[in-house]
Design a protein around this ligand. Structure first.
Ligand code: 26Q
Length: 817
């Protein structure tokens, strides 16, 4: 063996001179260009390499110390990781922002322009995927041994264009030019099997004649705050296996063989847009199994390298299911243990129940994932068999404990028996997990009161709450340098790793100089947002108007339509009294609609139709403007959120599990107008109800109304502003070229209004008036904004992850990290 000293690597230097030299070096030796021929992208890629080099040592050290300490690790399984751009985050983590910028300047390279062309991995839909990304950031910051596992989609979340006021989807081929941040790891490749059939050989069940796909690992490093440690995000990409259709190849049907190869590579092609009520797509099931099987094979390989058996598996491994999308991990772990490693059934099942934990992100019955048995049987026959076995084992326990309750049997079974028989993935996840958590206090309570009430009776100790959080590194430090600098001046910079320190801002609320600098920072960010609006929509807005923002996926339960009803109402009131002292307001929307979700798409169109009429009305002037910012995504959120005065969080009580955008806005000094839903409630408690515009029916009232056969018309008939808004909309005031465009939508509102917009309308409009009133008093407004910032300490994902680590995963930070 060569001397270990020969492998000692000098850490790269970080002076301006070191960095300038490194960029020039990488441009030539990694990118293969020289200065005269280098494009902007070449420079970007050179910088990427330089920054990636800076995380390599800490990354290796993190892996080595987890190994050396034989640490228990957590594996976070998620179909989505919405990481957003990596470069600025890594630069800040490495602490080389200033010298790197200077080094670029010396080379004649415009650093800010590079940042703008960085490809953005949009490998998630929204909340759930972004939460996974914040969690990795916090795991790295806390030095927790763990990894994320997911899919390296070739096409991420579609790009949204607006054409004639309507959403048009475009594919997001984010890998076109390559992605220098990732490392391909072909040595970590696994065979994923589909189809075939089962053959019983004595006691043994053999799965034969499968169609195989290869999963290959691509790693990125997620650096924590101040590079305390680096966590690996391992994403799997599908490659055809050599074995696929060798027959056709041998028959000389070369084209057919290559076509089949393309076909099997489809499995990691594209991210499914969140259409919560549409499941049953075969390719989606294949995707779920694909990444789960690769991840579990990888986890067991890592274990068996060190241990000769699985006796200690649960002391070394925790596996977390981000919603039910990875729930096939349960039968897959059983399969690997039973079929490949000869573990006994009971022992394997005990291991499963010690290893798995599961987060639920939705209560909506129709959104709970189920798969037709016929489909699972065809695609994964072995797993269907194992699910039946697990169900039998579970139902035997139910029978033993509640021998006479047949209804309980039917309700809790892993198999839904009405209509087409389906597997209930949530039941599978609950039965296999030692902990099941919701994502806000309200949501976790409703979870045990409603969808999981039977399970909560059987296993009360299993259910818990872990209120979501967000990383303050990306969502304050990086996105809002102006406000961060103000905070730094007053309480120092260490809040980035200890967000509770923001409470130290509370004593400063009456300090007029502090107020002024908070206001200046906000104004600066509003200016930035004003320019973005002009660039992407051509609309000029008044940067001193109140910026009222609702940015999130378009969903009926999120009630963008209630916001629009307020806009229409305000429009009518201004028309009636143009001389009244209106607070100038810019109402800003952003968000994508799932491609098959017609109602959501119609709401986007409505926003544009209303904007067209309102913005063109000479009587409005600055008093009211409506803007839809296309293609909402992480990088856009980083500009929109710091520029907001008012954050709209107005879901029907009991429907938004937590929300995380709500936290991002408040942390950046926006005030919230929101319902008694999700984490809004806890946020209001932390900042003080007097600094939070909370309104509307609570969950119980929503349920009560629904229970007594709620009739929306009574609200319509007794509220003039409301009926006026609905009537104008219905008769085509905002769509004169097609007067009936919103006829159906208004009918639905008046006939069913499933999300109860009408009962909350009056309270909402009244609350908006209180918003105006406060905005007229800049000092009072800023005081409330400061209370919001100061109260957000609890909503760091560091706190959330600490709770997961100690109460669910039972893992500890690495020594020396
Ligand atoms: C389902 C079927 C087929 C294809 C896709 C899907 C699918 C994809 C994504 C279903 C759901 C999702 C995402 C759900 C989600 O983002 N939920 C949000 O999770 C956040 C983090 O906990 C919460 O803050 C939000 O309240 C919750 O809506």
């Amino acid at each position: 063996m060569p001397d270990a000293d020969l492998f000692q690597i000098e850490p790269p230097g970080n002076t301006v001179e070191d960095l300038r030299h490194a960029i020039a070096d990488r441009l030539v030796y990694a990118v293969g260009k020289d200065r005269p021929s280098a494009t902007q992208r070449d420079w970007l890629f050179a910088v990427f390499h330089v920054v990636r080099d800076r995380i390599m040592n800490p990354w290796r050290e993190s892996l080595a110390s987890a190994d050396a300490q034989n640490a228990k690790r957590v594996y976070y399984l998620s179909m989505e990781f919405l990481t957003g751009r990596a470069l600025t985050n890594a630069i800040l983590s490495a602490g080389i922002f200033e010298p790197l910028k200077e080094a670029c300047a010396l080379l004649g390279v415009d650093f800010d322009a590079l940042i703008d062309i960085e490809p953005e991995p949009g490998l998630g839909n929204g909340g759930l995927g972004r939460l996974a990304a914040c969690f990795l950031d916090s795991m790295a910051t806390l030095g927790l041994p763990g990894m994320g596992y997911g899919i390296r989609y070739e096409y991420g979340m579609f790009a949204q264009r607006i054409e004639l006021g309507q959403q048009v989807e475009e594919p997001d081929y984010w890998l076109v030019n390559g992605y220098p941040w990732e490392l391909m790891r072909p040595e970590f490749s696994y065979t994923i099997r589909y189809g075939g059939h089962l053959v019983l050989k004595g006691e043994k069940c053999v799965w034969e004649d499968t169609n195989d796909v290869i999963a290959t690992a691509y790693d990125t490093g997620v650096p924590g705050h101040e590079m305390r440690s680096v966590v690996t995000l391992r994403l799997w990409s599908a490659r055809a296996s050599g074995g696929v259709n060798l027959d056709a190849f041998n028959r000389g049907d070369y084209i057919q063989a290559v076509e089949d190869k393309n076909h099997s590579e489809n499995v990691s092609r594209v991210l499914y847009p969140d259409d919560r009520t549409d499941h049953g797509r075969e390719l989606r099931l294949r995707q779920e199994y694909f990444f789960v099987s690769a991840s579990l094979q990888d986890i067991l390989r890592r274990h068996i390298k060190k241990h000769s058996d699985f006796v200690q598996l649960a002391d070394r491994v925790a596996i977390h299911l981000n919603d039910t999308h990875p729930a096939l991990a349960v039968p897959e772990l059983m399969r690997l243990l039973l079929d490949e490693h000869k573990v006994e059934w009971e022992e394997a099942w005990t291991l499963c129940t010690q290893i798995f934990s599961y987060t639920n992100h939705t209560l909506m019955e129709e959104a709970l994932e189920t798969w037709p048995i016929e489909l699972i049987n065809r695609v994964l026959p072995r797993h269907m068999r194992l699910i039946y076995d697990i169900n039998a084992h579970f139902l035997a326990e139910v029978h033993h404990r509640f021998p006479h309750d047949h209804a309980l049997f039917r309700r809790t079974s892993l198999i839904e028996e009405r209509g087409v028989r389906r597997v209930r993935m949530a039941h599978l996840s609950v039965v296999a997990s030692h902990k099941v958590n919701g994502v806000s206090a309200l949501h976790s309570q409703l979870m045990v009161d409603t969808i999981f009430s039977d399970f909560a009776q059987m296993y009360p100790e299993r259910f818990c709450n872990k209120t979501n959080g967000i990383t303050p590194r990306r969502w304050l430090s990086q996105a809002n340098p102006s406000l961060s600098a103000v905070i730094d001046r007053h309480i120092g910079p260490t809040w980035r790793g200890d967000l509770d320190q923001l409470a130290q801002l509370r004593p400063l609320v009456d300090d007029t100089q502090f107020q002024e600098s908070v206001r200046d920072a906000k104004q600066h960010n509003k200016q930035r947002l004003t320019e973005l609006i002009a660039r992407s929509t051509g609309i000029q807005v008044n940067p001193t108007s109140l910026f009222d923002v609702q940015a999130k996926r378009i969903h009926e339960y999120k009630r963008q339509l209630l916001n629009v009803l307020h806009v229409i109402t305000r429009y009518h009131l201004i028309l009636a009294q143009p001389q009244a002292p209106w607070v100038p307001r810019t109402v800003i929307f952003g968000g994508k609609a799932a491609s098959a979700y017609d109602m959501a798409k119609l709401i986007i169109r409505l926003i544009h139709d209303v904007a067209r009429v309102v913005n063109a009305d000479p009587l409005m002037g600055d008093r009211l403007k409506v803007v839809f910012l296309p293609n909402y995504r992480v990088s856009l959120a980083e500009v929109i959120i710091p520029g907001a005065d008012l954050s709209e969080q107005i879901s029907t009580a009991g429907t938004e599990a937590s929300g995380t955008g709500n936290m991002k806005f408040a942390l950046n000094g926006a005030l919230t107008i929101g319902t008694w839903d999700g984490a809004n409630i806890e946020m209001a408690e932390h900042v003080g109800l007097e600094h939070f515009f909370i309104f509307g029916h609570r969950t119980e009232q929503v349920a009560e109304l629904r229970g007594q056969g709620y009739a929306p018309r009574s609200y319509y008939e007794t509220n003039f502003d409301l009926s006026n808004a609905i009537d104008r909309l219905a008769e085509g005031a905002f769509s004169p070229e097609e007067p009936d465009r919103y006829r159906h939508l208004t009918q639905v509102l008046l006939d069913s209004d499933y999300y109860q917009l009408l009962p909350d309308y009056a309270a909402y409009v009244a609350c908006q008036e209180r918003v105006d009133e406060l905005y007229r008093q800049p000092a009072a407004w800023t005081r409330s904004a400061i209370h919001n910032i100061a109260g957000m300490g609890a909503f760091t994902s560091d706190r959330t992850i600490r709770e997961y680590a100690s109460e669910i995963w039972r893992i500890q930070a690495l020594d020396g990290q």
